[in-house]
Design a binder for this molecule. Structure first.
Ligand code: HEM
Ligand code: HEM
Length: 242
């Protein structure tokens, strides 16, 4: 069956096949950025699952006496272990924003230049309205992605502060103790817990949209977006498509 959308897609594919172009390989994501990405993805997934279970424990496990089980202890232990990995991994990425290549640099996260703000509008048109199949989208993070990652980094900081504030009443270690004053500042443990829990859903939403967009941009840009976060390389057209 043929539809107008399918016809457009077919003609795009036929046109691309009829106009071969040269591609250049570009080393975009250095090893520390890729390592940060996947350590963060694993730690964050562990935090989301264990955090959710801490907030909504599974009751069927209570069939046995509590002293016979330690499953909730393991859930909390994994949450705290993943929390430390995630925080120190994030600190390493903050540092790499100053010493890494131009794609990893902090400059890629702030749309201070006019062309970056124009690119934000372009990418929204492509992602939300699907009206722009090909455009000169940045080789590293596009301006919209960079801005959103920065917002995510701020959420990382917030979650770290509220997490360590909650942890401060359960630990004598110097790191959590540094956050004791956050609890009264935010109106008590209940309120800190509420905000720490609410941000869980921010990360769940981010991850769903992020993975979808990584694949979608791989498809519309045709420059190896998904494989780039594994191997580091992207591709640029030598001559842009007409
Ligand atoms: C993005 C990362 C994180 C997510 C999504 C997350 C999520 C959660 C959630 C949903 C809860 C349950 C709150 C409730 O409803 O009662 C929780 C509890 C907690 N989280 Fe996190 N968390 C994260 C990072 C951290 C970090 C960095 C720490 C720092 C140590 C931390 C420490 C804690 C503590 C101490 C609790 C309370 C545990 C308890 O009372 O048994 N979290 N977390
Ligand atoms: C828990 C899951 C994930 C989280 C929290 C996450 C988070 C992030 C963050 C924060 C960045 C910016 C990296 C930096 O500059 O340091 C990023 C980039 C990227 N991620 Fe993920 N990611 C996740 C899973 C995935 C998966 C499963 C894929 C692939 C299918 C993926 C593909 C990418 C790509 C391609 C980039 C570079 C995108 C660009 O060009 O702007 N991510 N991710």
């Amino acid at each position: 069956m043929s539809t107008p959308a399918l016809d457009t897609k077919r003609s795009l594919i036929a046109r691309a096949a009829a106009q071969p172009v040269d591609y250049r390989r570009i080393y975009v994501w250095e090893l520390p950025v890729r390592a940060y990405h996947w350590i963060n993805a694993v730690a964050l997934t562990a935090l989301l699952i264990t955090g959710y279970l801490i907030g909504a424990p599974i009751r069927m496990f209570y069939a046995s006496e509590a002293y016979q089980l330690y499953w909730f202890g393991w859930v909390r232990f994994i949450h705290f272990l993943a929390a430390f990995i995630y925080v120190f991994n994030f600190l390493a990425r903050l540092y790499w924003g100053f010493v890494g290549n131009k794609y990893a640099s902090w400059a890629a996260f702030f749309p201070l230049k006019r062309w970056q703000r124009r690119e934000i509008v372009d990418v929204i048109k492509a992602d939300v309205f699907e009206v722009k199949a090909h455009g000169p989208i940045s080789t590293g993070h596009n301006a919209l992605a960079g801005t959103i990652y920065f917002g995510t980094f701020l959420a990382f900081v917030f979650q770290t502060i509220t997490g360590f504030a909650l942890y401060s009443s359960m630990s004598n270690s110097w790191l959590p103790r540094m956050f004791t004053w956050i609890v009264p500042l935010m109106g008590g443990e209940f309120s800190v817990r509420f905000w720490h829990h609410l941000f869980l859903w921010f990360f769940v939403t981010f991850i769903i949209v992020h993975i979808y967009l990584a694949f979608y941009h791989d498809y519309i840009e045709g420059r190896g977006t998904v494989s780039s976060i594994i191997g580091g390389w992207k591709f640029d057209r030598e001559k842009p498509h007409k």
